[in-house]
Design a protein around this ligand. Structure first.
Ligand SMILES: C[S@@+](CC[C@H](N)C(=O)[O-])C[C@H]1O[C@@H](n2cnc3c(N)ncnc32)[C@H](O)[C@@H]1O
Length: 277
């Protein structure tokens, strides 16, 4: 039984970091004319209304996308991400926040392809409805970890696997590493982006070590802590396998700015190779 609903958290600091990185990854894929494949193993509801009762309960977006919305003089990476979010808010007021599926759909070209997995009984029908009629998108009420075997390798032979679990149980960190190892054996040339929270209660080093011992090469890690005093989520990180050319440099430009802008207490960030080529 899944209890996590992303609508409570949509647009928070972790989403900003995650989705700004996602935009950079998609831009890299868009540099070549050849179509690409995108698999979202934990898709959520697809798009969120920040005016809904559920979003108003936590107001987490105010300390995330809300802080950036009116910023001027932002780094190029932030400007690009904001231009995508603005597409969903054409009257200039921040109201809708695209999840990873809607954001990616906005950037897909006619021959690119997207597969979404979502298991939650509330979120799946919303997702299905949102993408009905778009022949580039397949929506599955399926376990995303099974999707890593079912949909890989893709016929396009280039693309991105986005893994964004809710980590409701501690074992999920282990499950992610094992799932990625299976996926990588099937498709070693794909790009994999894995999001994870930095919690007061759990160190992230075992997670990093799990990837370091996986036998996979070319693994980048980017982390940002915004509130060292938080009893809950202090920050967020991404593990990126086979990062595109210059992604590390772009993250080194993006993260310090985001950390300063969204930071609350003892904020800091790092971008480093977990495993080099
Ligand atoms: C953090 S949210 C995803 C947010 C989304 N990727 C975004 O960026 O907008 C995680 C989602 O994964 C779903 N979920 C949890 N376990 C799953 C599994 N094993 N397979 C597929 N979906 C799962 C949850 O219901 C939740 O909607």
């Amino acid at each position: 039984m899944l209890s996590y609903r992303h609508a409570f958290h949509a647009g928070n600091f972790a989403d900003v970091c995650k989705h700004a990185t996602l935009v950079m990854l998609l831009r890299a894929l868009l540099r070549k004319e050849k179509p690409f494949f995108y698999l979202d193993t934990h898709a959520g509801a697809g798009r969120y209304d920040l005016g809904s009762e559920i979003a108003k309960k936590t107001l987490e977006f105010e300390a995330g996308i809300g802080r950036l919305w009116d910023s001027a003089n932002v780094p190029n990476e932030v400007a690009d991400y904001l231009s995508v979010i603005r597409h969903f808010n054409t009257n200039g007021r921040l109201r809708y926040y695209p999840g990873s599926p809607a954001l990616t759909q906005h950037l897909l070209r006619p021959d690119d392809r997207m597969v979404l997995c979502e298991m939650h009984s509330n979120e799946f029908p919303r997702l299905k409805q949102l993408f009905s009629g778009d022949r580039r998108v397949q929506v599955h009420n399926q376990n995303g970890y099974q999707g890593l075997s079912a949909f890989l390798p893709p016929r396009e032979r280039r693309g991105l696997v986005f893994i964004d679990p809710s980590y409701e149980v501690k074992q999920e960190y282990h499950q992610v590493v094992e799932g990625v190892k299976t996926a990588y054996r099937r498709w070693p040339t794909g790009i994999y982006a894995i999001w994870y929270p930095i919690l007061q209660s759990r160190g992230t080093e075992p997670f990093g070590k799990g990837f370091q011992k996986s036998g996979i090469r070319k693994i980048l890690r980017a982390e940002m802590v915004v509130d060292k005093n938080s009893q809950g989520m202090q920050g967020a990180g991404m593990v990126i396998i086979n990062p595109p050319w210059q992604l590390k440099e772009s993250l080194e430009s993006l993260l310090p700015w985001l950390t300063t802008t969204l930071g609350v207490a003892e904020s800091h960030c790092k971008v480093e190779w977990l495993v080099e080529e």
